[in-house]
Design a protein around this ligand. Structure first.
Ligand code: C2E
Ligand code: MG
Ligand code: MG
Length: 678
């Protein structure tokens, strides 16, 4: 989903950038075309009004010069001199053959073709105007204006004395000298000086035209620029909308992926290592329940800000992923340094609420550098999402505890994850094919002579993986909820087995079945169990329900009700693993259980033998005073059996007597003991 959204976002952004680029190109093109059009119009105007006349004059003079030189006609030459116009005749190589007047032709040449194709000529600037316009203070329009006013003044002053004063007309015009060069037949060129006379009206027309054009361009430009600015504003809003987390107002998961991948690329190029983190607030939901959802969200915002303040702004990343989960991307200098950094960060985060001490669990996935030619080389395209998943996997290993902690991802976790996936994929099929088998572990009375009970323990007889122990599957089923199916399956099978043995006339002892704590959330659990046992036709006293000690920390009232109902139907109920986890002495006070199963931990560990014995002895006495029978689990040594017998323990379940065994083997045992069949 997020990936698709990310793709859409990238596409949209790309589209937007294209739009901006296109707008710029269009504005640029408009600018160039309009400017070009102005120049063309200007030249057409000049050509049609001014230059054509002068060029035909020069052409005529060139004709006369050619006639004078080819016919040695002195009269024509004199006529040309009287014309008073400066002209130069140059051969093909540019050498001056003849010159009249001052040579002020500049090197700056403008190619120009007359309207009449037969008259082709070049235009050269005059040194006077070139010098003026090349002066830095007179460039561009400013130069034209200066030139105009300077020459106009001169002109007016000159003319004012004679004709203009006489008829009262002031001719305001600008004279720009230039040279026209026409080719003679022998390849030489005739270059005559002309004056471009620009009337004030001309300048007014051109200036008005130019100004109009400029205003138009400015309007177009402003229009385009404002469009682009609007576009950029829209893009920023779009980016905010897609990349901002609505709870923390910081980065969201998509921002993490987009910015993170860019950061990773940068870091990789700079040869840096980095770590991907999954940071989770432990029991965040409880905080929301105690306060309110709104306060919970405000707390998330505060936590996000604290994280932001503790990371390097442009080089590291923090994003809120969901509920109490944050994704971080940090630079890595060393694992120990990172651990210290995370510890310092969580300590800082714990100050977020002075009245509530939060715990934070952090999973870390490092991007490994592989060694090539003795140099550390980063993987080219590590997937950020995969790394984050790895960090999450590492963090889930901390879930059992409620305290703060840091866990690093390693390869074993991958194997573990693979196994979890495999089990999840196969579980339903395995159930349908009855691959789960019931093993029975007898419970003996301490005098060893009699089996007084048994516990049903699951095994997975997998065609692929062989006999799989419950420790490898039960936690998975507990996590994914499949455990309720398993519990039903076990109760049904045990009830059926018991019924079959009864039908064979065998002496049956109560068999305990483990029922997961997850199952106790179901209101009608006692009725479900009753119905399943009844379906098999097994007397209820032959079935015992084992609850693990930790189940007593869930909804106590619901638990008490279920236990009472189970007992009212004639089932025994036991507390499994007593002493393994938290003390549940308190639960013993509230619940009238039938059996207390002392955990194997009582007999293990480094504690002094005397102290162990005191604790076990007192636990047995406590159970007795509460009218409960006791079962000691995990007994492996003879001394322990003797001690337990002394203390009045009712049953012993341990390898010293028997390991969990298949149904057939168990059946044989009860035959042997109760019926003396060898
Ligand atoms: P549990 O209910 O406490 O079962 C007792 C465990 O202790 C069994 O392990 C048993 O084989 C082991 N055990 C008994 N005596 C000794 C001994 O002398 N030495 C040693 N080292 N171990 C001993 P198992 O069969 O591996 O089962 C492990 C746990 O898996 C069970 O602990 C129970 O919590 C769970 N489990 C097993 N079957 C089921 C089931 O059908 N449903 C549910 N919900 N949980 C089950
Ligand atoms: Mg048990
Ligand atoms: Mg146990």
């Amino acid at each position: 989903m997020v990936r698709q959204k990310e793709k859409d976002f990238r596409k949209l952004k790309k589209g937007q950038s294209w739009l901006s680029v296109v707008s710029f190109v269009i504005s640029y093109l408009c600018f160039t075309i309009v400017l070009g059009a102005i120049v063309v119009v200007f030249f057409i105007y000049m050509q049609s009004t001014k230059l054509n006349e002068e060029s035909s004059n020069i052409n005529q003079m060139a004709e006369l010069y050619r006639l004078a030189t080819t016919t040695d006609n002195e009269g024509i030459m004199d006529y040309l001199k009287e014309e008073g116009r400066s002209f130069i005749v140059r051969d093909v190589r540019g050498k001056t053959l003849f010159r009249q007047g001052e040579d002020t032709i500049s090197n700056r040449r403008i190619y120009f073709t007359g309207a009449d194709e037969s008259i082709r000529y070049n235009i050269f600037a005059d040194t006077e105007s070139v010098d003026f316009f090349e002066d830095q203070n007179n460039s561009g329009l400013k130069g034209l204006v200066n030139y105009f006013s300077l020459h106009m003044t001169e002109k007016n002053a000159g003319r004012g004395d004679d004709e203009d004063d006489d008829d009262g007309i002031v001719v305001e015009s600008l004279v720009i000298p230039y040279w026209i060069s026409v080719y003679l037949e022998d390849g030489s060129s005739f270059i005559g000086k002309c004056n471009l006379q620009v009337e004030k009206e001309d300048v007014v027309v051109i200036t008005t035209f130019l100004l109009g054009m400029m205003v138009m361009l400015i309007v177009i430009f402003i229009g385009l620029i404002s469009g682009i600015i609007r576009n950029i504003g829209y893009q920023t809003k779009l980016t905010d909308f897609f990349l901002t987390d609505e709870v923390t107002l910081g980065n969201n998961w998509m921002a993490y992926l987009i910015k993170g991948e860019a950061l990773l690329k940068k870091m990789r190029n700079a040869g840096k290592r980095y770590a991907v983190l999954n940071l989770v607030i432990v029991k965040y939901r409880n905080y929301c329940l105690c306060h309110s959802l709104e306060e919970g969200e405000l707390m998330l915002r505060k936590i996000s800000k604290i994280i932001d303040a503790n990371i390097q702004p442009k080089r590291e990343l923090n994003a809120h992923v969901s509920s109490s989960s944050f994704a971080l991307l940090l630079e890595l200098t060393g694992e120990d340094t990172l651990k210290h950094r995370i510890t310092a960060l969580t300590e800082e985060l714990q100050k977020a609420d002075p009245e509530h001490v939060f715990q934070f669990q952090v999973g870390v996935a490092l991007v490994e550098a592989s060694i090539h030619n003795g140099k550390a080389v980063m993987r080219r395209n590590p997937q950020l999402e995969q790394l984050y998943n790895n960090a999450c996997t590492a963090r889930t290993t901390l879930e059992k505890a409620d305290d703060s902690g840091i866990a690093f991802f390693n390869k074993d976790l991958v194997e573990e994850q693979k196994w979890i996936n495999t089990v999840q994929e196969r579980q339903q099929q395995a159930l349908e094919r009855e691959e789960f088998v019931v093993y029975y572990q007898p419970k003996y009375s301490p005098d060893e002579s009699k089996i007084s009970g048994a516990e049903a323990l699951i095994r997975w007889q997998s065609p692929e993986f062989g006999l799989v122990a419950p420790g490898r599957i039960i936690p998975i089923f507990e996590n994914n909820g499949f455990i309720t199916e398993i519990d039903h399956y076990m109760i049904r099978h045990v009830a059926r087995d018991q019924k079959a043995w009864l039908d064979q006339g065998l002496e049956c002892v109560p068999i305990s079945v483990n029922v997961s704590r997850a199952h106790f959330a179901e209101e009608d659990l006692a009725e479900q169990i009753r119905d399943m046992v009844d379906e098999a036709g097994t007397p209820h006293h032959l079935i015992e329900i084992e609850l693990t000690e930790s189940a007593f920390f869930d909804d106590k009232n619901a638990l008490i009700t279920t236990i009472e109902r189970l007992k009212s139907y004639g089932f025994s109920v036991s507390m499994d693993d007593f002493g393994a986890g938290y003390s549940s002495l308190n639960s013993l006070k509230d619940m009238a259980l039938d059996v207390l199963k002392l955990d194997a931990e009582f007999f293990r560990g480094d504690a002094e033998q005397d102290r162990k014995e005191i604790v076990v002895g007192e636990a047995i006495r406590l159970a007795r005073s509460l009218n409960m029978r006791t079962v000691a689990e995990g007994v492996e040594e003879k001394d322990q059996v003797e001690f337990l017998a002394q203390q009045g323990c009712d049953m012993i379940q341990g390898f010293i007597y028997a390991e969990p065994m298949p149904k057939e083997e168990y059946e044989e045992r009860i035959r042997e003991i109760y019926h003396n069949i060898e």
